[in-house]
Design a protein around this ligand. Structure first.
Ligand SMILES: CC(C)(COP(=O)(O)OP(=O)(O)OC[C@H]1O[C@@H](n2cnc3c(N)ncnc32)[C@H](O)[C@@H]1OP(=O)(O)O)[C@@H](O)C(=O)NCCC(=O)NCCS
Length: 195
């Protein structure tokens, strides 16, 4: 496996490690009902998060990697991103014909700082750069306005509405599909600002 390491101005994406602290960090995300509100699953307990982390590491070791689940850390928290604890989660699931679906989940205390745009930008860099993909898509609950803004700002285009895409909390939910093609991507962000 070639470990993924990507850095933006404020954030870095790296592989997960199976430590109790990283399980806690994942649980801080997935245990929070506000965070999972528009995600296709209910809040998860710590044990489930530990199992998930194990799965992420197994997926990363696959001979042909089809899924990238990455820890997002703040660069200001440690000189080496390996030493900083995750504050968010990023994912890329590869599909046919050089395509992938992206995802990002941030812990509530760091919402509203524009971090999701930086994460999605780094996932574009990985997808259209090193992985040579052609199409990057995202599924967004129709009520998740913040996520729709993040994607639109990066140049993703709305392709349609999928009715009753998800059954959650006793109700059907619709979602939007957004996508960005390789030649629509504006390219990697400039060098990190500041120290
Ligand atoms: C949705 C999410 C990724 C947004 O990340 P973020 O880093 O907080 O987003 P930003 O700070 O860049 O905010 C994005 C925009 O949405 C706006 N916004 C934030 N919350 C909003 C809300 N409840 N309704 C409408 N707009 C909202 C912000 O004002 C901002 O717009 P602006 O830049 O024009 O002011 C984050 O809240 C999150 O992780 N939520 C839980 C998991 C999730 O939904 N993931 C996405 C699945 S598709």
């Amino acid at each position: 496996m070639v470990p993924v390491r990507l850095a933006g101005p404020r954030l870095a994406l790296r592989e997960y490690r199976h430590t109790p602290e990283e399980v806690d960090a994942l649980h801080a995300l997935y245990g929070d009902p506000e965070v999972t509100r528009y995600l296709p699953f209910e809040p998860r307990d710590r044990e489930t998060c530990a199992d998930q982390l194990e799965l992420y590491l197994e997926e990363a070791m696959a001979e042909e990697r089809g899924v990238y689940r990455l820890a997002v850390v703040r660069r200001e928290d440690a000189e080496d991103p390996e030493d900083a604890l995750p504050i968010a989660h990023a994912s890329l699931t590869l599909g046919k014909y050089r395509s992938a679906h992206l995802g990002y989940v941030l812990s509530r205390p760091v919402w509203g700082r524009g971090y999701a745009g930086e994460i999605a930008g780094l996932l574009c860099e990985l997808s259209f750069g090193a992985l040579g993909l052609h199409r990057l898509a995202a599924r967004v609950d129709v009520e998740n306005e913040a996520s729709a803004k993040v994607l639109t700002r990066l140049g993703f285009r709305l392709e349609g509405r999928v009715r009753h895409d998800l059954y959650k909390g006793g109700a059907w939910r619709d979602s939007y599909r957004y996508a960005l093609l390789a030649d629509e991507w504006s390219g990697p962000a400039g060098p990190p600002q500041g120290g």
